[in-house]
Write a protein that binds this ligand. Structure first.
Ligand code: PLP
Length: 387
């Protein structure tokens, strides 16, 4: 049998720490490796597989679309683009959509809109956040028409997440927008203090800055509501989405509120692949499923189950909302994650070394959650005996 791990390591740059198996297929909350081993996936392909693996509705939609028209750019109208945008706006508070290909690109474009609309240079962000990895493509573009849109000449300042006084001291007539994850994921699932997001919205509106929610992880049902904006009762000017948006077909989006959408002009933003027919078929099928099945309700139900049943010795706290959850241990989580992998359960880590991150499909069942609970209980009991 071909050793695909070895082949990949030979030809792909070694930029990722990987699970030690070759994946072959997936269905629902499970994946299978090339030796036939079955894993319970509570990491959900890094929050992408909200409908589970290879969901039929999305696979059928992209299969049909690929036979009709695989691609055409934004120079033409296309029914799937209209449908995808309408479904996103309906789900997440209304407005108009710009499609792109990833979360980083969505955030780049949201910051660009904030600068264009306000005519101001600065973006305020929060410590501990993660917004993506792109930098400089537009700054490197040697055409003055685009160079002035790049925004790289302008700066980004950071304040501590949750500190409204620090934000208030920084938001002034130079501030185009305030960009933040409403719940910080990579940091280790850090929730905003009570009233923080509402106060930020008020500050932004009073001082003419745009509030930008990075909903790349929190959006589309994950936090037990349609979006974090809905959960916290806040109306950001701009929201960014990716991850679950295309169920794995690369797609990102900026949703602009009607007041901001009215100020965006032809030529302000662009992308070759963003909003292509295949991606939009995946987006509209994904959003159709999330909305039609109200999957945020299952996310909220499963959060309650975790909070009720994960009362185990080494667990200090459960952080997060819906199915964006952090299990906080009394020490580093790495050995526990490894023990879970030996029991064929996939979970995630975070920048906070004590945290196990859960980002399962929104379709996860009670018995799948309890499988994790019982595995953790067994691992902790084994550790206690060994100690
Ligand atoms: C909150 C958040 N924003 C943005 C991104 C970047 O998304 P992408 O990797 O699709 O560029 C991520 C990726 O993990 C993320 O978690």
């Amino acid at each position: 049998m071909m050793d695909w791990k070895k082949e990949e390591d030979k030809f792909v740059l070694p930029t990722y720490e990987k699970f030690p198996f070759v994946l072959e297929r997936g269905e629902g909350c499970f994946v299978w490796d090339d030796e036939g081993n079955k894993y319970l996936d509570l990491y959900g392909g890094h929050a992408v597989c909200a409908l589970g693996h290879s969901p039929k509705a999305v696979c059928d939609a992209i299969s049909e679309q690929s036979k009709k028209l695989l691609f055409y750019s934004n120079l033409v109208y296309h029914p799937e683009r209209a449908r995808a945008a309408q479904r996103l706006a309906d789900l997440c508070g209304g407005g108009q959509v710009f499609f792109c290909n990833s979360g980083a690109e969505a955030n780049e474009n949201a910051m660009r809109v904030a600068r264009l609309v306000t005519g101001r240079p600065m973006i305020l962000a929060t410590m501990g956040s993660f917004h993506g990895r792109t930098a400089g493509a537009m700054a490197a573009t040697g055409n003055p028409k685009y160079m002035k849109l790049s925004g790289l000449g302008a700066s980004v300042a950071h304040v501590p997440f949750g500190d409204i006084a620090a934000a208030s001291a920084m938001i002034d007539e130079q501030t185009a927008g305030v960009l933040l994850e409403p719940i910080q994921s990579m940091a280790g699932i850090v929730e905003p203090p009570e009233g923080y997001l509402e106060a930020l919205e008020k500050l932004c509106r009073e001082r003419g800055a745009l509030l930008i929610f990075d909903e790349v992880q929190t959006g589309l049902g994950r936090v037990g509501a349609r979006s974090a904006a809905e959960l916290f009762g806040v109306k950001p000017h701009l929201q960014t989405f990716a991850k679950a948006l295309g169920s794995g077909v690369p797609a990102g989006a900026v949703l602009a509120s009607p007041e901001i959408a009215a100020k965006v002009k032809q030529g302000d933003l662009g992308s070759t692949f963003g909003g292509g027919p295949l991606a939009c078929a995946a987006v509209s099928a994904t959003l159709g499923e999330i909305s039609g099945r109200k999957l945020w309700e299952n996310a909220a139900k499963m959060e309650a189950l975790v909070r009720e049943t994960f009362k185990l010795p080494r667990i200090k706290a459960i952080r997060g909302k819906g199915l964006l959850l952090g299990i906080v241990l009394d020490g580093p989580s790495k050995a526990v994650r490894k023990a879970l992998l030996e029991k064929r359960i996939l979970v995630g880590g975070a920048d906070d070394p004590n945290v196990i991150r859960l980002l399962p499909p929104l379709t996860v069942t009670e018995s799948e959650i309890l499988t994790l609970r019982n595995a953790l209980a067994e691992i902790f009991a084994g550790e206690a005996v060994a100690a």
